[in-house]
Design a binder for this molecule. Structure first.
Ligand SMILES: *Cc1c(COP(=O)(O)O)cnc(C)c1O
Length: 400
């Protein structure tokens, strides 16, 4: 490690609240799939900043758009009209398939908070004062604010912060009977990740998501899909629900939306969005012209570089190679995912060791619990880079 790492780590320990267990690396530069540390060492990034830099690091088109807007107008608030905000909203509604409206937030948790408020506002207005419950899935992840933490189906993350807002219930994923049993007139919405990300890459079955859609329609509840991690071509299509053919009433977005700048959004069908009135919800920073310019440039580049197609192709290659390696080595129990969102369950509880060994060999990856590796590379990932990953992973497993 370089001198800058030592100084930075010391300051970090002294001045930051101890909420993160950081890895012993300081990154100072990035380009596409590659990161560089303070010693100039190169790494292949299979995390994309946790599913954020889908275009790869330091994409020039986003940098140019943001730079230009930074020198023109940075912030005036939502009290006024500005450039780029409406164009971005129109673009998102277009990707959604029309008939919807957008609210801009600054993160995934905030987008989900907005969706929860909208669903309750809609439920009370359309179906009565008791219609406020939200059902989400066990092992889900929807954010760290109090309401999104209540929606998150992981007791270990919640217990220290109780009491949490009430009205949230959890059911096992892919069990339609368990959901149906909870769907009474007090339920205003079902909130699901099409593919659970932080939980370890567990997808909704196709038949399950279609049945959830039907059940929501039948019982008069909204379907909210949290596309914070799966959105923006991560799984091939603009949003994962398009791959399932199940359109939600509300979807939430953030992570990859502006390739690293903080922005989130709630997209809701017109008739649902109409439940909000002026003063019901707001954000000082939301929908500012700089982040909106960045998001537009990001969406343009994701489309023109055909990164959804690359995600499908390279993702399939990645999982095929991991499965083959798993069979021959006996080190892998399961490989799953869609596009460039992949979860790997190891045969031994050594995920942390494997990831830290890989890091010392110049490959960055994520872990979930003791046994799961999560691979979320930028969507520019190539077959040659998959090759390097496999070699590194096999070496890391041999020495762990
Ligand atoms: C990351 C994530 C969030 C939270 O996003 P933040 O920007 O960290 O608040 C919410 N939902 C899902 C599915 C996520 O992956």
């Amino acid at each position: 490690m370089g001198a800058r790492f030592d100084d930075t780590a010391a300051l970090d320990m002294r001045f930051h609240m101890p909420t993160y267990a950081r890895k012993p690396v300081m990154f100072v530069r990035g380009e596409g799939m590659r990161l560089y540390d303070d010693d100039g060492r190169e790494y292949l990034d299979f995390t994309a900043g946790i599913g954020v830099v889908n275009l790869g690091h330091a994409h020039p088109a986003v940098a140019d758009a943001v730079h230009k807007q930074m020198r023109t107008l940075v912030h005036v608030s939502n009290l006024f009209y500005v450039e780029h905000r409406d164009e971005l909203a129109e673009r998102l509604v277009g990707l959604f398939g029309g008939g919807a409206k957008v609210f801009f937030a600054n993160s995934g948790a905030e987008a989900n908070e907005g969706a929860i408020k909208l669903a309750r506002r809609w439920g009370k207005a359309r179906r009565g004062p008791e219609c406020t419950r939200i059902i989400s899935a066990e092992r889900s992840f929807h954010g760290r604010t109090l309401a999104t933490l209540a929606a998150t189906g992981q007791a270990s993350k919640q217990e220290a912060f109780e009491p949490l807002p009430s009205g949230f219930m959890h059911v096992p994923l892919n069990d339609i009977d368990a959901l149906a049993a909870q769907m009474d007139e007090r339920v205003c919405a079902v909130l699901l990740e099409p593919i659970q990300g932080e939980g370890g890459v567990f997808a909704c079955d196709e038949a399950y998501l279609a049945a959830v859609r039907e059940l929501c329609d039948e019982r008069g509840a909204l379907l909210i899909l949290d596309e914070v991690q799966t959105g923006f071509f991560r799984t091939g299509s603009a949003f994962a629900w398009q791959g399932y053919g199940v359109r939600p009433d509300i979807m939430t977005l953030a992570k990859a939306m502006a390739n690293g700048l903080p922005i989130g959004a709630v997209v809701a069908l017109d008739e649902v969005a109409a439940a909000f009135e002026p003063g019901d919800h707001g954000s000082t920073f939301g929908g500012g012209p700089v982040v909106c310019a960045g998001a537009l440039a990001t969406i343009d580049a994701l489309e023109s570089e055909r990164l959804g197609e690359n995600a499908i192709e390279v993702g399939a290659c990645l999982r095929a190679r991991l499965s083959a390696f798993g069979e021959e080595s006996g080190e892998i129990v399961e490989v799953r995912g869609r596009g460039l969102m992949t979860g790997v369950t190891l045969a031994r509880p050594i995920a942390a060791e494997v990831a830290s060994h890989a890091l010392t060999c110049g490959v960055v990856m994520l872990t979930v619990g003791d046994s799961i590796l999560r691979l979320l590379p930028p969507l520019v990932c190539s077959a040659a880079e998959v090759d390097t990953l496999l070699k590194t992973l096999s070496a890391a497993l041999r020495s762990s």
